[in-house]
Design a protein around this ligand. Structure first.
Ligand SMILES: CC1=C(CCC(=O)O)c2cc3nc(cc4[nH]c(cc5[nH]c(cc1n2)c(C)c5CCC(=O)O)c(CCC(=O)O)c4C)C(CCC(=O)O)=C3C
Ligand SMILES: [Fe+2]
Length: 380
């Protein structure tokens, strides 16, 4: 018997598995070049940029922290689900490194699962965090079909950038980072919210076709980040009693050819400008990332920290959400919410800020591929 008011009884039906879908990263020096080849296949990233990024990985022994973090998240999700009577197996597959998505989907199919909820480890709209994952799913499903295997139906869970379980840990992390600054700089310290830079054109076309931000400078990608930045800044103001602390949304990890415009300013240029403007200190808050992977470890903790040291500007970096129990609870909530919606039951979709919950099912024109249209799964 199912009871719509009690998720632990109703469970996640119609879903019979959750797939954690992520980027993947190298796990040793010999993995670095093949990993980068996987990432950049057909993307026109200059060779010099690839050599440069390869160096970032070699600096850390050729090991990206991202796979370890996903293993932690996977374990935390399983524990959270078990602790709340949610009997739903959780699988993990990546776009660019083992365990590869296609292998995980084969395993899911072999285990008899036919309807899968998918959580991409990417909080915001945009080609890289939305459609590209759905293209990867379409490719993997096509490979299963070619092998004569049953293809599970896959549904992507909505973007979680404004879910309280994602935003609240960031507020705590920002307050904690302020506390690590020299005491006399804390009240005047400024906040630099950082995210992955993307090409301007990719930003402008990000989001659903009927999203009011679509087509405006920065599109849904920037609008969503600004909403989160405002939320965190307002909560931090309340918690610290500093009402007018300056903040800005800035970017990092730019790649691509120099003549192609990408979102700016870069975090390092921003630190220089803050120093020139007599900022006593800056807290870098990586709101664009769900865990401390290479973008955070190198571009912020190594490069931006070195820039700040050169300037004599005190900086601290706020922690990412990682496997915070509020985040694993949010994932459980998103699964149960979508499952209820698929069963045709009324649902409450929790979301902070001004933009409301993101759509459940992407339109065919959501977050278009900047190069050429390709088949994508999980869309109307
Ligand atoms: C929006 C966004 C996110 C955040 C959302 C999300 O998390 O999904 C993200 C995450 C990540 N990006 C990552 C790594 C890389 N991204 C690259 C290249 C690119 N990223 C882009 C965008 C994004 N990327 C774009 C527009 C490109 C240009 C090429 C293209 O048009 O696709 C390249 C190529 C070399 C370079 O130029 O950097 C690498 C190695 C890793 C793994 C880190 C680790 O190993 O720990 C993660 C989590
Ligand atoms: Fe990236």
């Amino acid at each position: 018997m199912s009871d719509a008011r009690n998720p632990s009884v109703t469970g996640a039906a119609p879903y019979d598995a959750l797939l954690l879908l992520s980027f993947g990263g190298p796990e040793g020096p010999e993995d670095v070049v093949p990993f980068l080849e996987n990432v950049t296949r057909g993307r026109g990233i200059p060779k010099e940029r690839l050599q440069e990024v390869g160096k970032h990985y070699f600096l850390f022994g050729g090991v990206s922290p991202i796979n370890g973090q996903n293993r932690e998240l996977l374990a935390a999700l399983r524990e959270d689900f078990a602790g709340h009577g949610l009997d739903l197996p959780v699988y993990w597959g990546n776009r660019n490194w083992a365990p590869y998505l296609v292998d995980t989907l084969r395993e899911i199919a072999a285990d008899g699962h036919r309807r899968i909820a998918v959580l991409a480890t990417s909080a915001y709209a945009g080609y890289s965090g939305c459609r590209q994952y759905r293209e990867n799913l379409a490719d993997a499903l096509a490979a299963l079909a070619a092998e004569g295997l049953p293809r599970p139906r896959v549904d992507m869970l909505r973007h979680f950038y404004n879910h309280p379980g994602f935003v609240e840990p960031m507020i705590d992390a920002t307050v904690a980072a302020l506390g690590r600054l020299p005491e006399e700089t804390r009240a005047g310290a400024r906040l630099a919210f950082t995210t992955h830079s993307i090409p301007d054109t990719m930003a402008e076309t990000s989001g659903a076709p009927d999203d009011p931000a679509r087509g405006r400078p920065g599109g849904a990608y920037v609008a969503q980040h600004l909403d989160v930045a405002r939320l965190v800044a307002a909560a931090v103001a309340e918690r610290t009693g500093v009402a007018d602390r300056p903040w800005e949304l800035v970017y990092q990890s730019r790649s691509g050819a120099p003549h192609v415009p990408w979102l700016e300013p870069d975090i390092c240029d921003h630190l220089e400008a803050q120093h020139a403007d007599d900022a006593p200190a800056v807290v870098m808050v990586p709101i664009g990332f769900v865990s401390d992977h290479m973008e955070v470890k190198y571009d912020l903790d190594t490069e931006a920290v070195a820039k700040a040291a050169e300037l004599g500007l005190p900086v601290a970096r706020a922690a990412t959400v990682g496997a915070d129990p509020r985040f694993t609870a949010a994932v459980r909530e998103l699964v149960l919410e979508r499952a209820a919606a698929e069963r045709g039951e009324p649902v409450t979709r929790r979301a902070l800020g001004t933009l409301g919950p993101s759509h459940d099912v992407c339109a065919a024109a959501c977050c278009p591929n900047p190069r050429a249209p390709r088949p994508a799964a999980a869309e109307r």
